[in-house]
Every structure is written in C-alpha cells, then in structure tokens.
Design a protein around this ligand. Structure first.
Ligand SMILES: NC(=O)C1=CN([C@@H]2O[C@H](COP(=O)(O)OP(=O)(O)OC[C@H]3O[C@@H](n4cnc5c(N)ncnc54)[C@H](OP(=O)(O)O)[C@@H]3O)[C@@H](O)[C@H]2O)[C@@H](O)CC1
Ligand SMILES: [K+]
Length: 505
C-alpha cells in the first residue's frame, strides 16, 4: 500500500472528482457517511457528541458528520471556528445543510471561544484541520487543542489529529497537536502515523476507503509503502515435488561468543525453521556442545578460539552468510569480522555486534559488499549515522546511508522499515511490543540468512523476512502473551506463521 504525502492526497481528491464523475461535495458526503458509521458502531446515543470544525474541508467533513449524527437522534453540539472569515466552499455548503436540517446547537466562533464543559462520557469529533495544515497551530487554535487535550472526553479525529503534519514534524509544537484516542483516516495512512514519537497523537487509527481513484494511486510516485499480506504470499516460492536439500541453499552463520551462545542458537533455529537446505554455524569452541545438542539439524564449525570468533572462514561452499548475533566486540573478533565481511562475495546479513564493529571502525564502512543487509535497531543505527532528534530525521539519514553504501537497511522497531539502496521504504505491519525482548533480532537474522540462501533477492528476503518474523511474533503473543513471550517462542511460532502464509485463505 502506498503512503502519499498531503499534496498528493489533495491531488488524489481532485483527480477522483475530475475522472470519476463525482462532485467534491458528494465525495465529502461519502466520507462523512463512513465516518458517521465508524462512530455509531462504537458509541451509542447515550454519548453527547461535541464537534469542533475548522475552516477547510476537514471542517466540512465534521459538519456533515454532525448533521448525520443529529438525524440519527444523537445529541450533538457544533463549534465552527471561523476566525478569518474564509471558509472553503464545501464547508459553507455543509453549514447551510446543517442549518437546514433544523440543527439547534450550532456556535460559530470568530473571536472569543466559550468552552463547553466536557465529561468523560462525551465524544469530541476533531475536524479542525486535516491534510491542508501547512504550519504548526498557534494562537486561538492552539488554545482549543490544549482545551480538548486536557478534557476527559474521548477524542475522534477526522483524517489526521489536528495540528499533526502528515510527514515531517521536526518543527512542530507538540503541545499544539490533538491527542486522538481514535483517528479515522481517509483512504491512506499518513507517514507520521508510523513514527513512535507520534503514538500519543495517533495510537489507534483506521482507514476509511472512500473510493479515491485507483488509477491516481497506481501512478502516484512515492518512496513509502506499507507491506501487505497478499504481496508476501506471492513472493513465497513453492517447493517442487522433486526438490532436494541442495535446492534450498547452504548458509553460513557466524555467531556466538563465550556467554552469548544463545544468540547463535536462536538464529540457527530460526534459520532451520525457514526453509534452508543446509546450515553451518561457525562459533567459538565453547559453543560446540550447546549447538550440537540444541540445533542438531545444523552443522557446527569450530573457530580456532575457545571463546571468541577469531579467524575468518572460507566461503566457497555457501550461498549466503550472516554475521553478528552474540559475536562480542573483542579486538580479535573485530579484526576477524572486518576481514570476513570485507572479502565476502555472497549475499550477506550484518547484525548486532557486526554492526557495532563497523560503527567503531568507520573507515571500513565503504568496504561493505554492495547489497549487504544491515539490521540495526534505533541505537545501532544512530551509532552509524549519528544521533537523530526524531524518526523522520532518522529515516532520512538511514536512506542516505543505504544510498551511499548501496546496502539494504532494516530499521527495527514498531513498523520495522526496510530501506533499499534506491531509497524506497517498506513499513512492516506485523509484530507487537512483546517482541521487544532479548534475542528477537537474532531470530530475524536467522530467517534472513535462510531466505538469502534459498535464492530470494535481498529486497524479497528483507520484506518477507520482517513480515514472517512479525507474524510469528504475533502468534507467539497469542500463545504466551505480550509480557511472557520470549525470542524462543517466536522461533516456535515460525512453523505456524509459514503455514499461515502459504495456505490459501
Ligand atoms: N472533496 C474533498 O476535497 C475531500 C476532502 N476531504 C477532507 O478534506 C481535508 C483537507 O481539506 P483542506 O485541503 O481544505 O484542508 P484543511 O485541513 O481542512 O485545512 C485547510 C485550511 O486551514 C488553513 N490552515 C492551514 N494551516 C493552518 C494553521 N496552522 N492555522 C490556521 N489555519 C491553517 C488553510 O488556510 P491558509 O491559512 O493556509 O490560507 C485552509 O483554510 C482532508 O483532511 C479531509 O478531511 C475528505 O472529505 C475527502 C473529500
Ligand atoms: K482533524
């Protein structure tokens, strides 16, 4: 699914109006009908609905919703903020329609706002500003936002919480943004909904498909996408009847150190559970027994060192390599890892300590083989690109780095993002906060190695890998709960996740 910017959303509305034979006011009526349905589905008539409408079409939506709720016998109050005397055409039409419906509780605010008393049983409909917001809110509008945020009422925002920019909020004033309990977003999600620091504004959002032109969306250019299940289903390659293990690749996992053998175990188990033909784990001698016992399916190659990865190994027999989980950053390991990675000629995943080593030896960064996959979480990314003050900046810097080094970056967190060397960003919809637990990243590394060894392209492996990892996380969460689930539970849920994604619905 594409994520378009606000300018494109406006163009999409205009294109739909022009090419699909629908009047602007009727498109708004359709949106309002769906918004009203979404509200009445959740709240019955015992709730008073207080509508705050702004001067543009977001306000127009809100006024139409007010009329529809009133005609369904809800108790509704409306405040229209008309401070400049300039209202959009559709907003004006909806004021007229509201009045014609016999609506009694309409207040137009031009200067002084007499705030109503709001209770926790009230529902506020926020239709102050939507995709037309072009600067941070201030003055009277900021005061209204603060009043709504301070009230105990439940807040439903139309399209966007008023005051929130669709993409970059670096220069916004956070106190002047509506903290919505629910955002009913028209047609497409906004990029800013996917950033963790905006959770207080958009913790829950839902999309309403008002029938914006598919043709426009198909040709609209964007760098931002949300991955969909159907796309992932189509990526998965069927296993042929006459297949043998040689068809599914041989992967090399370089992982583990003294006290960190578990990371190698988790990655290896996840790798085996994701369809690879053969796996060799290269680990320090101390982990030999552990690996042979817990992951008997994998072959174990001992390093020369008892406790640490110390000597690069030959890559001739492998189709892909992953390095990093539980590796440590000992000097001897760092040298071996830099050497191993710099000379790697097969598809490669770098995770955890392998990333930290490259952050510490920055001059080696340009020796990273092209199209390597880097899987940093926020802190690991910032070690590479420097501190960032917000998610938009972080994403921009990650895109720059991916372009500069020609690598794939998987930025882990809620809405894990796959960033391609060309600068495309794919946000992953699966997963849950229970996955924020030690070893979860090691599991992802194992899955990625498995997919690369099987011949999936880097982009396919990244997108499918994070999707299945999140899906397994969701299954683990259902089984064990968000609090108790562990990385091992994610591995244990992989079979069901793969089955779910490969059986027809
Ligand atoms: N048929 C359609 O078109 C459909 C449209 N739809 C709906 O329309 C919404 C977009 O409508 P929109 O483009 O009119 O923008 P909107 O957010 O209402 O505000 C624009 C106004 O705000 C003003 N303004 C901006 N920033 C400001 C600030 N900081 N402080 C103060 N003022 C500020 C700006 O004026 P300016 O001062 O910039 O001249 C302008 O007057 C969209 O979110 C969706 O809900 C859907 O129903 C689908 C069908
Ligand atoms: K709004």
């Amino acid at each position: 699914m594409k994520i378009l910017n606000c300018k494109q959303q406006k163009e999409a509305d205009a294109y739909t109006i022009e090419h699909e034979g629908i009047l602007s006011i009727n498109l708004m009526e359709k949106a309002a009908g769906m918004l009203t349905e979404a509200i009445t589905r959740r709240w019955d008539k015992s709730h008073r609905i207080v509508v705050f409408a702004g001067p543009g079409n977001n306000g127009g939506d809100a006024l139409a919703v007010a009329r529809m709720l009133f005609l369904k016998n809800y108790q509704v109050e409306v405040f229209l903020f008309n401070v400049t005397g300039q209202l959009s055409e559709e907003c004006l039409t909806n004021i007229r329609r509201l009045k014609e419906s016999g609506f009694p509780n309409y207040t137009e605010v031009s200067s002084q706002f007499q705030a109503p008393k709001l209770t926790e049983h009230d529902i506020v409909v926020d239709g102050l500003f939507g995709s037309g917001l072009n600067r941070p809110l201030n003055g009277g509008f900021a005061a209204v936002v603060k009043f709504i945020n301070a009230s105990p009422a439940t807040v439903v925002s139309i399209d966007v919480p008023s005051g929130l920019m669709g993409e970059d909020n670096s220069y916004n004033v956070r106190q002047n943004i509506i903290q919505a309990d629910l955002t009913l977003s028209i047609q497409m999600p906004k990029l800013s909904f996917l950033f963790p620091e905006n959770e207080e504004f958009t913790s829950h959002w839902e999309l309403l498909d008002i029938g914006i032109s598919r043709e426009y969306i198909a040709q609209a250019e964007t760098r931002y996408f949300i991955t969909e299940e159907q796309e992932m289903r189509q990526l998965i390659r069927p296993r042929r009847t006459f297949a043998h293990k040689g068809n599914f690749g041989h992967g090399l996992l370089i992982a583990g150190s003294y006290g960190m053998g578990g990371a190698a175990v988790l990655a290896a188990r996840a790798c085996m559970r994701s369809g690879i033909g053969l796996l060799t784990v290269h680990s320090p001698i101390c982990n030999h027994q552990l690996l042979q016992t817990i992951v008997p399916e994998a072959m174990v190659q001992d390093d020369v060192h008892e406790r640490f990865f110390a000597e690069p190994t030959d890559l001739d027999n492998y189709q892909a390599m992953a390095i990093g989980p539980g590796l440590s950053q000992e000097e001897i390991t760092a040298q071996a890892a830099l050497d191993q990675v710099s000379n790697c000629f097969i598809p490669l995943v770098l995770d955890a300590d392998a990333l930290n080593i490259f952050s510490a030896y920055r001059s080696y960064l340009n020796r990273l083989p092209k199209h390597s996959i880097l899987t940093p979480h926020v802190k690991e990314l910032e070690r590479l690109v420097g501190r960032c003050s917000n998610s938009f900046e972080r994403l921009s810097k990650a895109k720059e780095l991916a372009g500069e080094l020609q690598v794939y970056i998987i930025l882990k967190g809620a809405w894990t993002t796959v960033i391609t060397p060309e600068g495309n960003c794919y946000f992953n919809p699966t997963g849950n906060p229970g996955m924020a637990t030690g070893g979860s990243g090691d599991v992802l590394t194992g899955i990625l190695l498995s997919l690369l060894a099987q011949g999936y392209t880097q982009e396919e492996a990244c997108r499918l890998g994070v999707y299945i990892h999140g899906l397994a996380g969701d299954i683990a969460c259902m089984r064990m709960g968000e609090i108790s689930m562990t990385a091992g539970d994610i591995v244990n849920a992989l079979p069901e996740a793969w089955k779910k994604l490969t059986t027809s619905k």
